[in-house]
Design a protein around this ligand. Sequence first.
Ligand SMILES: NC(=O)c1ccc[n+]([C@@H]2O[C@H](COP(=O)([O-])OP(=O)(O)OC[C@H]3O[C@@H](n4cnc5c(N)ncnc54)[C@H](OP(=O)(O)O)[C@@H]3O)[C@@H](O)[C@H]2O)c1
Length: 235
Amino acid sequence: MNSEKMKIAVLGGTGNIGKGMVLRLALQNLMENGVKNEVVIGSRTPEAAKEAAKEALEELENCGFDTSKIKIRGKSNSEAAKEAELIILTIRFDHVPPLLKSIREELENKILVSPVVPMVKVGSVFEYRPPAEGSAALAIRAMVPESTKVVAAFHNIAAGKLQDVVKCKAVHDSIICSEDEEAKKTVMKLTENMGCLKPLDGGSLRNANTVEALTPLLINIAKLNGLKDLGINFS
Ligand SMILES: NC(=O)c1ccc[n+]([C@@H]2O[C@H](COP(=O)([O-])OP(=O)(O)OC[C@H]3O[C@@H](n4cnc5c(N)ncnc54)[C@H](OP(=O)(O)O)[C@@H]3O)[C@@H](O)[C@H]2O)c1
């Protein structure tokens, strides 16, 4: 797959982390290294996806970016998945099984990226609640066709930081896990091009549980210490 020219679907791209992904993926087209991402926002309602695409383009324009080289469209989740080579699943874990079942055919031979963190709020703090498979990533692996290359990524970046394409200059680490080395490389390149993330090879999908579990910890630390939108950095 040519990672410099790619059709990418962001399913649930109307939501918090999805919006940040869409903006960061679209902006890669303004880099001088010839990246050409076509971003398709997926939603349960195509109208909501189209509206989100329009808003994303307007937001980039208002921030002073030249949007003439940027392509963002909106479609239903299944139509977005059908035309994409790489699909990012930006929905909550409990909504994942029915969605993946409904788009199973569209997942054949595709890269499927999961930033999904199964967690629940207990009192005022969040707890990681992995499924029986051990992690959302491994559960997703079990739900999709054999030919789908599942990559776990983007769990530990806050939506607020991803969305803030003008002010956010921080670079956080993003640990990326997969059994498929080529798919992992493609996602690592995409991550590097986001400008606010440093991709780190996290090994196989079996390591995704540790990465997913960091997210509720980051949210709890932020809340308990009066901080916001924390990320991780290994050094
Ligand atoms: N927010 C963060 O900072 C962050 C950071 C790291 C990882 N994550 C992970 O990313 C995923 C998305 O988080 P989020 O905060 O962006 O979620 P969100 O904003 O609450 O929801 C994302 C989208 O999910 C869709 N959705 C809602 N109910 C659904 C259903 N029943 N079936 C299918 N789709 C449904 C909605 O899109 P439509 O109504 O348009 O269909 C919504 O815009 C989660 O798994 C989360 O653990 C989030």
